[in-house]
Design a protein around this ligand. Structure first.
Ligand code: APR
Length: 267
């Protein structure tokens, strides 16, 4: 426990000494909201096997066939499971903690790989959704976004109102490039950061998984929040081994205690 205490204190010190703190979050952030991760224990890919790596190519080649398959609800079992859990999920104390760090002026931005919208639901204002949003549709020809009417669409989306192009879910399919504007925004936030909270991600999927390493190469300090070690653990300055919904509120509490004007908690 002493080690864990030391790590929390180190993380608080790092955060309060930094000018621009951001969070980079993955599926582990939403596990305590009931949404399974993708890899590791209980992961969707672990349970159902990974998805078709050519999803995006299939969509581009034949959008009609892609939507016909979608609407038959003949989706991969992982999609049904993911959509069911996402539809009922609510922010957990980890999401709320990051939103409070933002409102306190400690955190500037969340760069997330999650499509569940739980950071915004918890009150975070500056959120970059690298893999899109489950609340939106997107035209692949002009990039126009529109609201997604339902989790399970009953009819295929109409052609893009702006350009007549091909419309799909905003969330990024396997093999699909991250929209340039999103990538540029995430990269700019990474380049401005001098401290990154890496929360609940295996850091295995590029380009998102590479951003913490880019921050590190820019001289930023990395703090990992994860119950398990990951591909980025060795690169982190501080490792907080535990669940996001437990660690992040503890971090917020400690920061609240030691910020200027507060006397440190007597231990
Ligand atoms: N708190 C914090 N981290 C957790 C928790 C928790 N309660 N539970 C699990 N984790 C960690 C796991 O140890 C793992 O390191 O969350 C991480 C989840 O890793 P992945 O399932 O690989 O999720 P992620 O890194 O977000 O995947 C990236 O891959 O399949 C694509 O598009 C998908 O956005 C996803 C991307």
């Amino acid at each position: 426990m002493a080690e864990a205490r030391g790590a929390i204190d180190q993380a608080v010190e790092l955060i309060l000494a930094s000018r621009n703190v951001i969070a980079m979050t993955g599926a582990g952030m939403s596990v305590e909201s009931g949404i399974p991760p993708f890899r590791g224990e209980g992961g969707l890919w672990t349970q159902f096997g990974g998805p078709d790596a050519n999803q995006y190519q299939r969509f581009l080649a034949d959008p009609d066939a892609f939507w016909a398959r979608e609407l038959q609800q003949a989706n991969e079992p992982y999609i049904v499971e993911l959509r069911k859990t996402i539809s009922v999920a609510a922010p957990n104390p980890g999401h709320v903690a990051l939103a409070s760090l933002e409102s306190e002026g400690v955190l500037t931005t969340v760069v997330t790989q999650n499509i569940d919208g739980l950071h915004q639901a918890a009150g975070s204002k500056s959120v970059i959704e690298m893999h899109g949003s489950r609340h939106k549709m997107r035209c692949v020809d002009c990039g126009d976004r529109s609201p997604r009417e339902a989790m399970f669409l009953q009819v295929r989306p109409a052609p893009c109102v702006r350009c007549g192009g091909r419309v799909k879910y905003d969330s990024v399919l396997f093999g699909e490039p991250i929209p340039r504007s999103v990538l540029e925004e995430a990269r700019a936030a990474t380049d401005r950061a001098d401290c990154v909270l890496v929360v609940g991600t295996s850091a295995t999927v590029r380009p998102a998984g590479g951003l913490p390493r880019i921050a590190k190469s820019n001289g930023a300090r990395l703090i990992e929040v994860n119950p398990d070690s990951t591909a980025i653990t060795e690169t982190c300055d501080v490792v907080l081994r535990g669940r996001a919904a437990a660690i992040l509120p503890e971090l917020v509490a400690e920061i609240g205690l030691v910020r200027p004007g507060h006397t440190p908690r007597q231990r």
